[in-house]
Design a protein around this ligand. Structure first.
Ligand SMILES: [Zn+2]
Length: 448
């Protein structure tokens, strides 16, 4: 050992580690002569492979977790290496010597950070006006990471007139990745009165904002809360055509209800989104399950045609009376989303991980619910860069503990079903940074 050390670091060698006076510098390298130069080359060849093998090129190594990555068809124990904020390596056994930080997650599930396709986070204020958003929307970072969510899509809280304010007040300040559907109404969801104003539903300005001004943030259009005929939906689809993005429709405030069969088959295009899939109705909203508990046949046809069904749990849009028979008959919402706002989070919805657990209480497998909150919504909003852990993808990661016990899950009518499994978010990583750590998995032991 001593000899090898001598060979690598002869006493007079400029790279002698203890030679603080000389150190190693380019001047010494250039002036190496004869015998010394030969030594240097041997030294260099010796060190080259060992340097690359021992360098800690991973910032974080998540070791021993059960990886569920639906896009890449992975459902097994895998190590996940993160470097420079990106997924650097996925393999059955990555050496812990290569990582600056090792996090042991054996016994836990690791998934892409969840993508919540329906939230309300325009929580700022517009000077001088009453704003419905300000009262019900929430600041995303306070509610996302603790549920394993790393990306949210605001569903139409703002329109083209007040989107710049929303961006400045919330999107630019959040660590959560915030994308948005632009409301077809110029002032967004400022008030129910303004949401009826057809003269402010402008497909040209809406499409212009999406395509020309904010193509990286705006991923679609929202039509919601309209009390009239199909005018609002048709204007939103016109804007969707111009901008090349999908339209999401909340068809919930018509009295009497408009036909959802007509909506699916005559007004929406494949790729457009119907939200509040399992809402109760029946006074203002036609349901997908009829009074006898049967899924209406055109609902299956619509899904086959390419209509996307978004859960949008919210404070009033998830009823066991709809969800249970639909799931039993083989119909599931394409996307599981929360419709996060101050009312939903304090009632049956709580957070997205709780909503996923609700589907597990209906015997939907974990891999399936993860798909519907990661890769499925990423495709719906045309963002294939999100919702998976492929090498090179931004390192947005969630780690869950699948707890076993006696749990109760409430719907929006205060009805409950029981379940034996519940997802609890242990760790959330956003762009390679730890943003949530429930039990200090990534922290050092105080006593050591
Ligand atoms: Zn909503």
């Amino acid at each position: 050992m001593k000899n090898i050390r001598k060979l690598l670091f002869p006493a007079d060698h400029p790279w002698q580690p203890n030679n603080h006076k000389t150190g190693f510098n380019i001047y010494n390298m250039i002036h190496l002569k004869g015998f010394q130069q030969k030594h240097f080359i041997i030294l260099f060849l010796f060190l080259l492979p060992s340097l690359s093998l021992q360098a800690q090129e991973l910032d974080i190594l998540l070791k021993g977790g059960h990886l569920i990555d639906p896009k890449n068809n992975i459902n097994t124990v895998m190590d996940v290496g993160i470097a420079d904020g990106k997924i650097a390596e996925i393999a059955p056994n990555i050496s812990e010597k290569r990582a600056v930080k090792l996090i042991n997650i054996a016994g836990l599930y690791i998934t892409p950070g969840l993508l919540d396709m329906h939230v309300h986070v325009f929580m700022g204020n517009e000077p001088g006006v009453y704003i419905a958003n300000g009262a019900t929307s929430v600041m995303p970072d306070g509610f996302t990471f603790k549920a394993g969510v790393t990306t949210v899509v605001d569903a139409g809280s703002s329109g083209w007139r007040n989107f710049p304010l929303f961006k400045e007040q919330t999107i630019d300040k959040a660590k959560t990745r915030v994308l948005a559907l632009l409301n077809i109404v110029g002032t967004g969801m400022r008030s129910r009165f303004e949401e009826q104003d057809v003269s402010d539903m402008n497909p040209v300005m809406t499409a212009h904002s999406i395509k020309k001004l904010y193509p990286d943030i705006l991923v679609g259009i929202k039509a919601a809360h309209y009390w009239g005929d199909f005018t609002q939906v048709d204007l939103a689809v016109e804007a969707g055509e111009k901008a090349g993005v999908p339209v999401m429709v909340d068809f919930g405030e018509h009295d009497p209800p408009n036909s959802i069969e007509s909506l699916f088959m005559e007004h929406l295009r494949p790729g457009d989104i119907f939200t509040h899939t399992y809402s109760y109705g029946p006074s203002q909203r036609e349901t997908i399950v009829d009074e006898k508990g049967k899924v209406k046949s055109f609902v299956f046809e619509a899904q086959q045609k390419g209509i996307v069904f978004d859960l949008g749990h919210g404070g009033g849009a998830f009823s066991w009376r709809q969800a249970v028979p639909a799931t039993e008959q083989g119909f599931k919402a394409n996307v599981i989303s929360s419709d996060l706002h101050t009312q939903s989070m304090n009632s049956g919805m709580k957070d997205l991980s709780n909503v996923l657990s609700k589907f597990m209480a209906m015997d939907v497998p974990l891999t399936d619910v993860i798909y519907r909150a990661t890769w499925s919504p990423a495709q719906v909003i045309g963002r294939p860069d999100l919702g998976h852990l492929s090498i090179g993808a931004e390192a947005d990661v969630a780690v869950f503990n699948l707890r076993e016990g006696n749990f109760g899950f409430i719907d929006v009518r205060g009805m409950k079903i029981k379940g034996s499994k519940k997802l609890e978010t242990e760790l959330t990583i956003r762009a390679g940074k730890i943003v949530w750590d429930l039990n200090g998995l990534a922290a050092k032991d105080f006593r050591k």
